[in-house]
Design a protein around this ligand. Structure first.
Ligand code: SF4
Ligand code: SF3
Length: 555
């Protein structure tokens, strides 16, 4: 096993025995083999598509398996064996890509032992040259992000053949001997496809559930049994809300599901009563205290403790051995009835905390605050651009000196308190733009407001970084300047591969001088880091004082 795809990789270098995330050697090997086979499908299908034939559904399958191998999604060996069997059958149904094909197009395992043996040959270290390996893996991780976001958009019926065609072309390219420049070119192209898939998902979510509204979300638990929904899949939440109507069960969001409260379609469900807990690293304590079932729709799943394992239900690409899985039926529906019956027999959630209500809630008055709600979300492009005039006036008058984009992921390590301290240390004339689960490091702070504009604007999930881009582009247009001339700094926290894709999307848009932390990716070799530093000014975060001085001139 050699895995270095996430920020928490062992010793900042690579997981070689047991993943810090809980992924074991066998599962890591199955994932490596699955990615290898996905490359084989890609080579054959790209050749077939050039001839106007090809399997139109192969791209969707590849998107799903890329998602399944993303950090903290699927730990279930049997599910990976099933994916491997399906991959071979899809690949073998395609015509050969030529007389001489890469091994990934033809290798077929005789048994499980052959799969385990192959894993030793096709993993990350199969590429000897450090820079080539770094660029290939950077591309594959970006593609995992594309695959994950595409999966959600597709679940809502939004497809884009150009995106799936790119995924396959790019995957196939990792089996070719390309120059470093050619590889960098494809990686930047992946950033462009990243913008495209984020836009597709934004359209899918807003067309299906309405445009998010700035919303205050309650965090105090109710008195009825509940189901906690975590992950990013809004369709799963919607279907569960429909199936739990009038059954005496409350639904709560957790982690990345918090922004669901901002969508008009979800506001109509009275039993979607609030958000429970914070971001994924704290789930062991929070799931334990919740007392009821937890539906995990996507990353990030932490291997569950025995004490609550029987209350975890996975769905979609998520999986864990010994945990109940809710499959999708042929007609696209999911039957949550067993989990709902389970919930009806559970105790209500324990109260985790009594978060203080920020003082500026009253500014939203009838729009959202009802005295019980205490986390802001829904500051997506539609809602923020609706008050663009006020924001622009505040910038012109000097009331807002700077925006700091603090989007991205949360993680387990104590050093992530840097982000809480940074948010607290920001001067009162700055506004934080956020998206993703990184916000839980500071979204319960009372950061106040500037002329009625909250100093923390949460656009939503990590995919809603798209909103931050739209807002930045609108500001650039309003001020008649380039995106890098705006009073905007970037202090991004990353953990998994969706964040890698978001970063590539920002680079594609020409955003420079991004600060990244809390550690730089282990998969970025010194040579590749030089390219990122020289061309994009990427730097690692340091101390709060030093970074503040750099990101907010005058401090
Ligand atoms: Fe290690 Fe991260 Fe890979 Fe898990 S996903 S095995 S923690 S590098
Ligand atoms: Fe979080 Fe896993 Fe990345 Fe969607 S839920 S941002 S870490």
């Amino acid at each position: 096993m050699y895995c270095y795809q996430c920020e928490e990789t062992a010793k900042g270098c690579g997981c070689t025995t047991m993943g810090v995330c809980g992924k074991d050697t066998e599962t890591a090997g199955l994932q490596d083999v699955l990615i290898y086979l996905a490359k084989g499908i890609a080579v054959r299908n790209c050749a077939a598509m050039e001839k106007g034939t090809g399997n139109g559904k192969a791209g969707k399958f590849i998107a799903e398996v890329l998602f399944a191998t993303l950090t903290n999604v699927n730990f279930d060996k049997e599910r990976f064996h099933a994916y491997i069997r399906e991959a071979i059958s899809i690949r073998d149904a395609l015509p050969p890509a030529g007389e001489i094909e890469p091994d990934a197009c033809t290798w077929t395992p005789a048994d499980d032992a052959a799969i385990a043996a192959k894993a030793g040959e096709v993993g990350v270290l199969a590429t000897a040259n450090e820079d080539v390996r770094s660029l290939r893996e950077l591309l594959v991780y970006g593609l995992k992000g594309v695959g994950a976001y595409y999966y959600h958009a597709d679940a809502l019926g939004y497809e884009d053949d150009e995106i799936t065609a790119f995924i396959q072309r790019a995957l196939a390219s990792t089996l070719q001997d390309l120059t470093l420049d050619e590889m960098v070119g494809i990686i930047l192209e992946c950033g462009g496809v990243g913008v495209r898939v984020l836009a597709l998902l934004d359209t899918a979510n807003t067309a299906t559930f309405g445009a998010p509204q700035i919303t205050m979300v309650r965090t105090a638990p109710g008195t009825r049994p509940g189901i906690l929904v975590t992950g990013h899949d809004l369709k799963d939440l919607h279907d569960l809300l429909e199936q739990t109507k009038g059954l005496g069960v409350d639904i709560y969001t957790h982690g990345e599901m918090l922004p669901a409260h901002a969508y008009p379609a979800f506001k109509k469900y009275g039993h979607l009563i609030g958000n429970y807990g914070g971001s994924w690293p704290f789930q062991k304590e929070e799931f334990e205290a919740f007392n009821g079932p937890v539906l995990v729709t996507t990353n990030c799943l932490v291997p569950p403790k025995e004490s609550y394992k029987d209350r975890i239900y996975t769905t979609g690409p998520v999986g864990f051995e010994g945990v109940a899985h809710i499959p999708e039926a042929a007609d696209g529906t999911k039957d949550f009835s067993a989990m709902i019956r389970h919930a009806q027999g559970c105790q209500p959630p324990k109260n985790l905390h009594g978060r203080a209500r920020p003082s500026w809630v009253s500014l939203f008055g009838e729009k959202g605050g009802d005295g019980n709600r205490d986390l802001i979300t829904g500051c997506a492009h539609g809602a923020v651009l609706a008050i663009a005039g006020t924001v622009i006036d505040a910038v012109k008058a000097g009331a807002i000196r700077r925006f700091v984009v603090m989007a991205g992921c949360d993680g387990r390590q104590g050093e992530r308190s840097y982000y809480t301290e940074f948010a607290q240390a920001l001067p009162k004339d700055t506004v934080i733009l956020t998206a993703g689960c990184a916000k839980y490091r500071y979204n319960s702070l009372d950061l106040g407001d500037i002329d009625g504009i909250p100093r923390l604007l949460d656009a939503g999930q990590c995919n809603d970084c798209y909103s931050l881009v739209v807002i930045a582009q609108a500001l650039a247009e309003a001020f008649g300047v380039g995106i890098n001339d705006l009073p905007v700094s970037y202090n991004i926290a990353w953990y998994e591969q969706k964040a890698v894709l978001v970063l590539l999307a920002l680079l594609h848009l020409g955003v420079k001088n991004i600060t990244l932390g809390p550690r730089l990716p282990a998969f970025v070799s010194p040579g590749v880091l030089n390219v990122l530093v020289e061309n994009f000014g990427i730097r690692k975060n340091t101390t709060v004082a030093e970074d503040l001085h750099l990101m907010v001139p005058g401090n």
